[in-house]
Design a protein. Structure first.
Length: 292
């Protein structure tokens, strides 16, 4: 194995995106390590691993088949690396659903920026830092719910970066004409082969554009609408925005979280003719049932 991919080597964006990886098992290991280190400015993570939502997928498929519900348009919220979206697409096709999936995440495009020789930053379109690559060593997890991490180096770098680099880098990204900036897609390489998976950067706390309203038979929200990430009012707002995107009566909304023990918990909700969501099936325990 190339030394860039040795198990004890930090996973930087350059490790992942600037090297060809043909071994799929190796690719899975590298992507899992890389994406688990990426925290977005809203506090959520790009955590990823295969087969994470298998039980949820099977329950939804069973529900759709038992109701005879047609399901052609699916929205997947908080797709992280896209691995779980790929698995959802595959199981739906396997079960004879002619499906097109729209994958939504707050950040899909990102940029590797050379700050100094051997010092790079992975940033979003606003120039917010997602990862620092210091001579091949990865430093991430820049954001918390309340305060910036209490680590002196991170505080110092963040202050210097925002004061001297962020505005300039955001402008350079907008102009798209710098040799110091390389655009990359924060998704698994495995997702690129699927023409029926479409991608859309969006903040679910904002009302969706008209082309997404009353469009989807099934919306899945996995590891996004958690109380550890959002307040109760924000969760209600997001659910309201998503409900507008459901196609109509009998459309379903699945909200689920994966706990630290790997167990999935959440609920499957059905939309009735009056536009009200009803809990049709609970998966383990849901922490937000009382908010809907």
């Amino acid at each position: 194995m190339h030394k860039w991919f040795s198990s004890d080597r930090p996973m930087t964006a350059r490790n992942l995106f600037f090297r060809r990886i043909d071994n799929l098992n190796e690719l899975d290991e590298i992507e899992k390590k890389f994406f688990s280190s990426i925290q977005l400015p809203n506090g959520t993570y790009k955590n990823t691993y295969t087969n994470r939502l298998d039980d949820v997928n099977h329950l939804v498929i069973q529900h759709l088949k038992s109701t005879g519900k047609e399901c052609n348009r699916v929205m997947d919220i908080g797709i992280s690396s896209g691995v779980s979206t790929k698995e959802l697409y595959e199981i739906m096709v396997k079960n004879d659903f002619n499906v097109i999936i729209t994958g939504i995440d707050l950040i899909i495009k990102s940029y590797i920026v050379k700050l100094f020789p051997n010092i790079y930053a992975l940033v979003d379109k606003e120039g917010n830092p997602l990862q620092l690559d210091f001579n091949g060593n990865s430093i991430g997890h820049w954001y918390t719910r309340s305060t910036f991490p209490k680590i002196i180096f991170k505080k110092l770098f963040f202050s210097i970066y925002t004061a001297f680099f962020q505005r300039k880098i955001k402008k350079m990204i907008g102009e798209g004409a710098s040799l110091r900036i390389t655009e990359v897609t924060l998704l698994s390489h495995r997702l690129s082969i699927y023409d029926d998976i479409h991608l859309f950067e969006y903040n679910i706390l904002e009302r969706f554009p008209k082309q997404h309203r009353k469009r989807y038979d099934y919306i899945r929200v996995a590891n996004t609408l958690n109380k550890s990430y959002f307040s109760s009012d924000e969760i209600r707002l997001a659910v309201g925005n998503l409900k507008e995107c459901l196609k109509g009566p009998d459309s379903i909304l699945c909200i689920v979280r994966t706990d630290e023990d790997g167990i999935n918990n959440g609920s499957i909700y059905c939309l009735d003719g009056q536009g009200i969501l009803h809990n049709s099936l609970t998966i383990g325990t849901s922490e937000i049932d009382n908010l809907l």
